[in-house]
Design a binder for this molecule. Structure first.
Ligand code: KG4
Ligand code: ZN
Length: 346
């Protein structure tokens, strides 16, 4: 089965062609990052206009790279939510219109289900990843910090953010240091050059049993330190940035490993731990999780390619195929509504 997928929930216009197995024939994305950098975050009106301009050329490239035509496609998957309403609309409109035009069923797909199954993706000609269930999936992105219990055909939410998402904390720390957007990659680069013991940052205490996350306390602690070091310039400023980023990075790692430990105590049957979403690109965090899991005989699975961590359409194609196996009636000739808020139900 060939699936054509659209993703436009935030600031990437992405189209992919995948097989139901997760084999990626093409995955094309047009990033808008340069258009939003100077505002320190995504501006919805600008995002909507850029999506509208980008989707057709991105679609043409995705079909060409996969070497297929619309008449070869069996199913269209599209991110229907959650996300920015005006960004989602480009994907849902394009997918619905193509579905009706070419008489191909369209599957409304949840963005987070896409991230969860992004570990299943593999490049054309490569081996499929060895995924085992039940798996503990940790989704860390710009909008989400969530734990899920994933089985062959179900996904259960175990814990979620109480305030800032993990990626959002990286973005806000970068913004207060004047380092631009998105914050994750630049903060982790600075962190590599700094001393992680330079500043003492708090491990936010939540109730013992919860698998929820809170990052706003950590962010505020960083803010107080940044304000106290206002006015630095040149080499001193660079040294300060590296040290505060390293201290922040180390505290994020401690927080995540602490929660991971709790999750494994609560769900001892877990076979694998999956780390997905934009923050899964962070090598420091990957290493910290791996070091914790290895002695327990557990492996950490991350998406096969860095481009599958951040928003992409291939993961939406894989999710759409799993949805259509489980609920075939949901894939129909239809006009798909964009839903800025949408609970994951799989
Ligand atoms: O999954 P994603 O592309 O979009 C959302 O659905 O939010 O995640 C984007 C988030 C941003 O907050 C970005 O700062 C963060 O992922 N991110 C990182 C890294 N690369 C991207 N965070 C930490 N370390 C990284 N290397
Ligand atoms: Zn995402």
């Amino acid at each position: 089965m060939l699936i054509l997928a659209f993703e436009s929930s935030c600031d990437d216009t992405a189209v992919a062609v995948v097989r139901e197995t997760g084999e990626v024939l093409s995955s094309v994305g047009e990033s808008q990052i340069n258009h939003h950098t100077r505002y320190g975050g995504v501006v919805p009106e600008i995002a909507a206009r850029l999506h509208a301009e980008a989707w057709q050329p991105v679609l043409d490239q995705a079909l060409a790279e996969a070497g297929v035509e619309m008449s070869d496609i069996d199913l269209i998957g599209v991110t229907a939510g959650p996300g920015l309403q005006t960004s989602l609309l480009t994907g849902t409109t394009a997918a619905s219109y193509l579905g009706l035009l070419y008489q191909i069923p369209v599957m409304p797909t949840h963005h987070i289900l896409g991230h969860i199954v992004s570990v299943d993706l593999f490049k054309k000609g490569q081996k499929a990843p060895n995924i085992e269930f039940p798996a503990l999936t940790l989704v860390l992105s710009g909008g989400h910090s969530q734990f899920f219990l994933r089985t062959e055909n179900s996904v259960q939410l175990l814990g979620t953010k109480r305030d800032d998402a993990c990626g959002e904390a990286y973005d806000k720390v970068a913004k207060m240091l004047g380092l631009g957007y998105p914050g994750g990659p630049i903060v982790s680069q600075y962190a590599e050059r700094g001393n992680s013991q330079a500043f003492e940052l708090p491990l936010v205490a939540l109730e013992k049993e919860t698998l929820d996350f809170s990052f706003s306390g950590l962010k505020e602690a960083v803010r107080r330190i940044v304000v106290a070091h206002d006015g630095l310039t040149g080499a001193a400023q660079e040294r300060f940035r590296a040290n505060i980023c390293a201290s922040f990075q180390a505290c994020v790692e401690r927080t995540i490993v602490h929660r991971l430990k709790r999750a494994l105590q609560l769900y001892p049957d877990i076979q694998q731990v999956h780390l997905v979403g934009g923050v899964a690109a962070n090598t420091g965090l990957r290493n910290a999780m791996q070091n914790f899991l290895e002695p327990k005989g557990l492996s950490l699975i991350t998406p096969q390619d860095f481009s599958y961590c951040t928003d992409n359409a291939a993961m939406i194609g894989r999710a759409a195929s799993l949805l259509s196996q489980k609920s075939p009636d949901k894939a129909r000739l239809q006009y798909v509504d964009a839903k800025a808020r949408w609970e994951l139900d799989f």
